[in-house]
Design a protein around this ligand. Structure first.
Ligand code: GBH
Length: 467
């Protein structure tokens, strides 16, 4: 049948990781428990007008209390790996100095539980929840924060290195810098384009310093990549594509993998580049074991003024994240869109993966996030989320195609394991394979989860057994 053929086509090489991902602030809740400090997302979410409907993640999906059940659910699904993040203010409530043992203990319990079920824990150090005290000292535009991060990384690594095989540093530095400090859509909600550039550099520096601080380990850097097309081949549109590709992709890829910033991007920036100190680029280029790629969509851009300033509507009042290229507009290429308004185009995933393989020094990669929000409907206790399943299936197909083209791709993590707090959209958008009732906290497998589970099961069958 057609279905069998499709499934046969989703066979991955033995050892290929099939997992799912989450992040601390989006799922944990328990914001005042066991000595956790305040993060910029606590502050931001409680500031009127910042998050849709005034939602915050004080409770989120209560994972801090329900982690055992959640791990059992992952085991039921057959996940071979789970990517989660550590909440910095649980470990260091003020962002530096004194370590909160109870915070470390939570992640020890979590990772023990995962390993007990044969699930490989993939730990991300920073998924946007900066301790508020560090923001009060200037946040990421302050260089000192990068050094604090390295100290935090060393602490977490030391405590968990026997529990965790794969670490990664900063999730999507583009978002942390440009949504946090330029557009203001994310915490801390500042609209200071020049500081956003400084912040981006310090996030890169934080990555490099953390890699060095962790010593012998398997560690990766994470970027969110987009395929970028010019709307036409006019000079203006080609320039717009060069700019957006530069800010979104090359600024981070070149820094991490080549140890330099792209000249053309620096030239476009409306800021004196006086914050790169001798040795920084070498630090940022510290050898890493793998590259984590988050992929969601493709951008089509135009240099003609007057269009949309970003690919999707923001839920709140925000500025442009495209520092120095604010004139660029985002147009539709006519693909179907998700509930976020993001165009669905799996060919962009093949494109970004093959591009990294072609243009940069050889490095193993994983797709560390990929998924889609849709308006799920509960029908007789089931959620027939065919669109989400189709999205994941298409992007898994893209992974296969990339592998067939020689890309050293080692795994795929669906975003997200469970519905959760979707940043500026609060609880208004659902990305989960697992449905969560935000009132009762009941978890329920969507059809996409059952389907993904079956794909994982089929892929585990052709591996040799130990017995
Ligand atoms: C991920 O980032 C996050 O890592 C994860 O926490 C989150 O829940 C998930 O996506 C779903 O949102 O319209 O031109 O301003 C996604 C990266 C970057 C995607 C910004 C949307 C908007 C570009 N996001 N992008 S624009």
């Amino acid at each position: 049948t057609q279905e069998e053929q499709t499934r046969a086509g989703l066979r991955f090489p033995a050892g290929f990781t099939l997992g799912a991902a989450t992040s601390a602030y989006q799922i944990e809740g328990a914001v005042d428990e066991d000595g956790r400090g305040t993060s910029i997302w606590d502050t931001f979410a409680k500031t009127p007008g910042r998050v849709l409907n005034g939602h915050n993640a004080d409770v989120a999906i209560d994972h801090y209390h329900r982690y055992r059940d959640d791990v059992a659910l992952m085991a039921d699904l057959g996940l071979t790996a789970y990517r989660f993040s550590v909440s910095w203010p649980r470990i260091q409530p003020t962002g530096s100095g004194k370590v909160n043992q109870k915070g470390l203990d939570f992640y020890k319990r979590l990772t023990d539980e995962l390993r007990g079920h044969g699930i490989d824990p993939w730990l991300t150090l920073y998924h946007w929840d900066l301790p508020q005290e560090l923001e009060d000292k200037g946040g990421w535009p302050n260089r000192d924060v990068a050094y604090c991060f390295a100290d935090y990384a060393a602490t977490v690594h030391e405590a968990l290195k026997d529990h965790v095989h794969t670490f990664s540093t900063v999730n999507e530095p583009w978002c942390a810098a440009f949504l946090g400090y330029a557009s203001g859509e994310h915490a801390p909600g500042r609209r200071e384009p020049q500081n956003a550039i400084r912040g981006a550099h310090h996030l890169n520096l934080a990555h490099g310093l953390a890699v060095q601080a962790m010593g012998a380990r398997r560690v990766g850097g994470c970027v969110n990549l987009y395929a970028v097309d010019p709307a036409t081949d006019s000079v203006e549109d080609l320039d717009a594509a060069r700019r957006i590709d530069g800010l979104q992709n090359r600024f981070f890829l070149d820094a991490l993998l080549l140890g330099r910033y792209p000249e053309d991007v620096l030239d476009d920036l409306p800021v004196e580049i006086d914050f790169i100190q001798p040795g920084d680029m070498k630090t940022i280029n510290a050898p890493i074991d793998l590259l984590l790629v988050n992929y969601y969509s493709r951008f089509t851009v135009s240099g003609a003024p007057g269009g949309k300033q970003s690919a999707s509507a923001a839920p709140t009042d925000t500025g442009s994240p495209w520092v120095g290229s604010e004139h660029v507009s985002f147009v539709s290429a006519g693909h179907p869109v998700t509930a976020m308004g993001w165009e669905i185009d799996e060919s962009g995933l093949v494109e970004v993966l093959t591009r990294v393989a072609r243009e940069y020094p050889a490095i193993p990669m994983v797709v560390s996030e990929n998924g889609a929000a849709f308006d799920d409907e509960l029908v007789d206790g089931r959620i027939h989320d065919r669109e989400r399943q189709g999205y994941v299936e298409a992007h898994l197909g893209a992974c296969k195609e990339a592998i067939d083209r020689g890309v050293p791709l080692e795994g795929y993590f669906a975003w997200s394991l469970m519905d959760n707090f979707e940043w500026a959209w609060g609880y208004g958008k659902r990305f989960g394979l697992v449905h969560v009732d935000f009132e009762t906290q009941e978890r329920r497998l969507k059809d996409s989860a059952l389907w993904y589970s079956e794909i994982i099961r089929q892929n585990s069958q052709h591996e040799p057994t130990d017995s």
